[in-house]
Ligand binder design. Structure first.
Ligand code: SF4
Length: 436
């Protein structure tokens, strides 16, 4: 029987800051991780919010139907997609926890209640569909998830700790994972954590990723600074030693890869063709048996969600760019038909739409911090100098869900008024994952 937890209270309006460094105690986190989950709801201004982690990013057709039913029966009839490819249900009543847990459990979406908030993964969504990439990112993600759920210590990771599993095309390797697996052209895997990397055999990649996370947790606990993420470890923390030790204990033969060596002999993961900034799949056909679409502003109705899996054998992959890839279609005719149906349903299905560059946080009325109804106000920017960059509309300075890389920050300063600035890339995507 799955246990449901009552909603956690909203953060205090002036005390909800999640990343405070106390110079006296050198702590980076002064409160417990309150990240919402499927079993621990967050109380938002528009009702309870449940967040379902999808470690492999893949849903079957029955699971799509179950989630749409959950949104209709328990929530406000809509489903949100986060910048980690997780799914949000909103408008939930306080007493729905058990019903939601049973519904998700029956659909096979909660394999371990104890681990549900730490199954944070982004995975190359087109892996195996378009002939690109050098490894099976989905298989690595499934194995890593099974290992994660089989260990008790992994529940000590925070709900923000992120694994990225990249098939070598470089799409999710730039999304700020704490531990990143990248397939190399010869099939081997790079395991990255912080500024460190090791090369391992493909079969060892999931075990190596877990060993790296275990090394982080040991170092974080030793430092006593409350770090949730690798970037929060204090300078000089012995991460390399800790990970090396865990790799050896796990029986993984791993070769240390030196980043940007002075002699130029080896460089980190650019050697595998991995760019620093993510590249989302373009909407449209993916080969002859899959399609890629984007949900405008990352939120769909239950009816739109059901439309993704119109066939019983369809596989729906949720992307970290608030989109979906529908795979398992019979052939080109069915793919074209499905793309047209999803366009009719309101999805973005063609490259070039200016809405592809627009995202928004929850804003009013769902978030008590919001100064404006950003989802109503959000639209493509007209300034030619800003076109080409993703524009993210936020209701306050937290900028929840903002993109990686360079982006345009459209931040509310009042009801209907916004400040617009260009922000440069940063590697830590912590804020990007804090969407409420
Ligand atoms: S950025 Fe948006 S969702 Fe996040 S706290 Fe501010 S108003 Fe709320």
């Amino acid at each position: 029987m799955l246990a449901a937890m009552p909603p956690s209270p909203s953060k205090p309006r002036n005390g909800g800051e999640s990343h405070i460094r106390d110079p006296l105690r050198n702590r980076v986190r002064d409160r417990a991780d309150a990240c919402p989950g499927a079993l621990r709801l967050h109380r938002a201004d528009d009702g309870g919010l449940a967040r379902l982690r999808l470690p492999t990013g893949v849903l079957t057709a029955p699971q799509v139907a179950a989630l749409a039913d959950a949104a209709d029966r328990l929530g406000d009839g809509r489903i949100g997609v986060t910048s980690r490819g997780n799914l949000d249900l909103r408008g939930l009543p306080d007493d729905c926890g058990l019903a939601l847990a049973e519904l998700l459990g029956a659909a096979g979406l909660l394999p371990s209640a104890a681990h549900e908030r730490v199954r944070n993964m982004v995975v190359s969504p087109l892996s195996g569909l378009d002939g690109r990439g050098f490894g099976d990112a989905g298989a690595w993600a499934r194995s890593l998830d099974a290992l994660l759920c089989a260990r008790a210590w992994t529940t000590g990771l925070s709900g923000r700790f992120l694994f990225a599993v990249d098939d070598g095309r470089g799409d999710v390797a730039g999304l700020g994972g704490d531990v990143t697996l990248v397939a190399e052209p010869d099939g081997r895997a790079l395991v990255r954590i912080g500024g460190l990397a090791w090369r391992v055999a493909p079969d060892d990649a999931p075990t190596a990723a877990l060993a790296a996370a275990e090394g982080f947790l040991a170092v974080a606990r030793e430092a006593g600074t409350g770090a949730w993420r690798v970037a929060e470890l204090p300078d000089g923390a012995p991460l390399e030693e800790a990970v090396t030790e865990r790799l050896a204990t796990a029986g993984v033969a791993a070769a240390r890869v030196v980043a940007h060596a002075a002699d130029g002999a080896e460089a980190l993961p650019g050697a595998a063709g991995v760019p620093p900034v993510a590249a989302p799949p373009e909407p449209g056909l993916v080969g002859d048996r899959a399609v890629s679409v984007v949900a405008p502003l990352g939120r769909v109705t239950s009816g739109q969600f059901r439309a993704l899996a119109a066939g019983s054998g369809d596989e729906v992959r949720v992307t970290p760019w608030r989109g979906f890839v529908v795979a398992g279609l019979a052939g080109r005719a069915e793919a074209e038909e499905r793309l047209a149906a999803l366009a009719d349903a309101g999805y973005l299905t063609r490259p070039g739409s200016p809405w592809l560059a627009v995202s928004a946080c929850t804003g009013r009325p769902g978030c008590g911090k919001a100064l404006a109804d950003v989802r109503t106000d959000a639209r493509p920017l007209q300034d030619a100098a800003l076109r080409g960059l993703p524009a993210h509309w936020s209701g306050c300075e937290r900028r929840c869900g903002h993109p990686q890389g360079d982006w345009v920050d459209v931040r509310a300063t009042g009801d209907g008024t916004y400040d617009i600035t260009v922000r440069a890339a940063r590697r830590d995507n912590d804020d990007a994952q804090a969407q409420r």
